[in-house]
Design a protein around this ligand. Structure first.
Ligand code: NAI
Length: 317
C-alpha cells in the first residue's frame, strides 16, 4: 500500500525534530514543527511589547532550532528556500492542527514519561488513518503506547532517523505488537522512495539494532579514555579521520548527538538489562555526567568535548 503523506507534523524542534522537518522539506513534504513554550522571553523582547503568546516568540523557538543545527553540516536543507515548507508553532496552541496532517513524528526528549504524555495529547486529535511515529533512540514502542486505544496502537510505530537526517541513510522502523503491517510496509516504501532512506525493520528491544551496537562502542571508548587518561584530541585522532571516518570521531559524534540525549540512550539499556556484563558496559559514564552537570551538552549548547565560539562558525578552543 503506497502511503499518501501530503503533510506531516513534527513534535519537538530540537536537534532531531528540526532536522527531520528540514529533511521532509527536502523531499517536498511540508510540516508543522511544534515545541513547548519558551520559559522566558529573549533579551529585548519584553521591551518590544512581546509576550510568550506572540507568534514571533513561538516561531523563534521552533525556527531557532534550525539555526542552531551543527555547523559541520552547513545546512540541513538541500536548498535553504525549502525552509518555507516548515510552519513553526507551539504544542499548547497548535496541536489541534495535526487533524489536517497524514503523519505525526514525535521527537521530544528521550524520556518515557514525556513521550507518553505527548502521545496522550496527540490522541486527543487523532483520527483513523493518521500515522503516528516516535523518533526514539531506544525506548520501548510498546511501553510508550500503553494507555492508548487499540486503533491508535495499530497506527503507531518507531521511525528512528539518524543524525543528521539529511546525510544518514539509515532509517530503523520499529513496529509495536499491534502496529498494522500495512502501515509498516507503506512507511518503508515511502521512506525509501520519497525520503531516500535505506530501511531496516527492527524488533522492539532496548535501543533496537544500531544504537544497541553504537552506544556500546561509544561507551567502551569512553571507558578506555578514562582508564588510559587519553585526551580528547588523542581519542578523536585514532577513532576519526585516521581510520577513514572523517566526520564521525567518537567525541565529535557525542557533541553532535547531545550528551544529555546520549546519557538517556545509554540508560535505556542499562535499566532494562539483567546481564551483568551488559550492565557494566552501559553504566552511566562519570565523564559524561560531569559534562552534563556543567551544561556542556554538546553542539546545541556550543560546549561539550569541544567549545564553539558563538558567531565564529567552526572555530574551537
Ligand atoms: P533535543 O534535546 O535536542 O530536543 C528535544 C526537544 O523536545 C526540545 O526542543 C524540547 O523543548 C522539546 N520538548 C520537550 N518536551 C516537550 C513537550 N512536552 N512537547 C513538545 N516539545 C517538547 O533532543 P533531540 O536530540 O532532538 O532528540 C529528540 C528525540 O530523537 C529523542 O527521542 C532522541 O533519543 C532521538 N534521537 C536523537 C538523536 C541525536 O543524535 N540527538 C538521533 C536519533 C534519535
Amino acid at each position: 500500500m503506497a502511503l499518501k503523506i501530503r503533510k506531516a507534523a513534527v513534535i519537538g524542534s530540537g536537534v532531531m525534530g528540526a532536522s527531520i522537518a528540514a529533511h521532509l522539506a527536502n523531499a517536498g513534504v511540508p510540516s508543522l514543527l511544534l515545541d513547548i513554550v519558551p520559559d522566558s522571553l529573549a533579551a529585548g523582547e519584553e521591551a518590544k511589547g512581546l509576550t510568550l503568546a506572540d507568534s514571533a516568540v513561538r516561531n523563534r523557538l521552533a525556527l531557532g532550532a534550525l539555526a542552531r543545527l551543527p555547523s559541520v553540516h552547513p545546512s540541513p536543507f538541500y536548498d535553504d528556500a525549502f525552509a518555507s515548507l516548515i510552519e513553526p508553532g507551539n504544542i499548547d496552541d497548535d496541536l489541534h492542527r495535526i487533524r489536517k496532517v497524514d503523519w505525526v513524528i514525535e521527537a521530544v526528549v528521550e524520556k518515557l514519561s514525556v513521550k507518553r504524555d505527548v502521545l496522550e495529547r496527540i490522541e486527543r486529535y487523532w483520527r483513523t488513518g493518521l500515522i503516528v511515529s516516535s523518533n526514539t533512540s531506544g525506548i520501548s514502542i510498546r511501553e510508550m503506547a500503553e494507555g492508548r486505544s487499540e486503533a491508535f496502537k495499530a497506527h503507531f510505530l518507531g521511525t528512528h532517523f539518524f543524525n543528521p537526517p539529511r546525510y544518514m541513510k539509515l532509517l530503523e522502523l520499529i513496529p509495536g505488537q499491534q502496529t498494522d503491517p500495512a502501515i509498516v510496509s507503506g512507511m518503508a516504501e515511502f521512506a525509501e522512495r520519497i525520503l531516500g532512506k535505506g530501511v531496516v525493520v527492527a524488533k522492539d528491544t532496548p535501543n533496537f539494532v544500531a544504537n544497541r551496537i553504537g552506544t556500546y562502542g561509544l561507551l567502551a571508548t569512553l571507558q578506555a579514555m578514562e582508564a588510559g587518561g587519553f585526551t580528547v584530541e588523542e581519542v578523536d585522532a585514532v577513532t576519526g579521520p585516521a581510520i577513514g571516518r572523517p566526520k564521525s570521531a567518537t567525541l565529535r559524534t557525542l557533541d553532535l548527538v547531545g550528551i544529555d540525549t546520549f546519557l538517556h540512550v545509554a540508560n535505556n539499556v542499562f535499566e532494562k538489562t539483567d546481564d551483568p556484563a551488559e550492565k557494566a558496559a552501559f553504566a552511566p559514564s562519570k565523564l559524561l555526567r560531569e559534562l552534563a552537570s556543567r551544561g556542556w551538552i554538546g553542539e546545541k549548547a556550543c560546549a561539550g568535548f569541544y567549545k564553539k565560539v558563538k558567531g565564529a562558525a567552526g572555530s574551537e578552543i
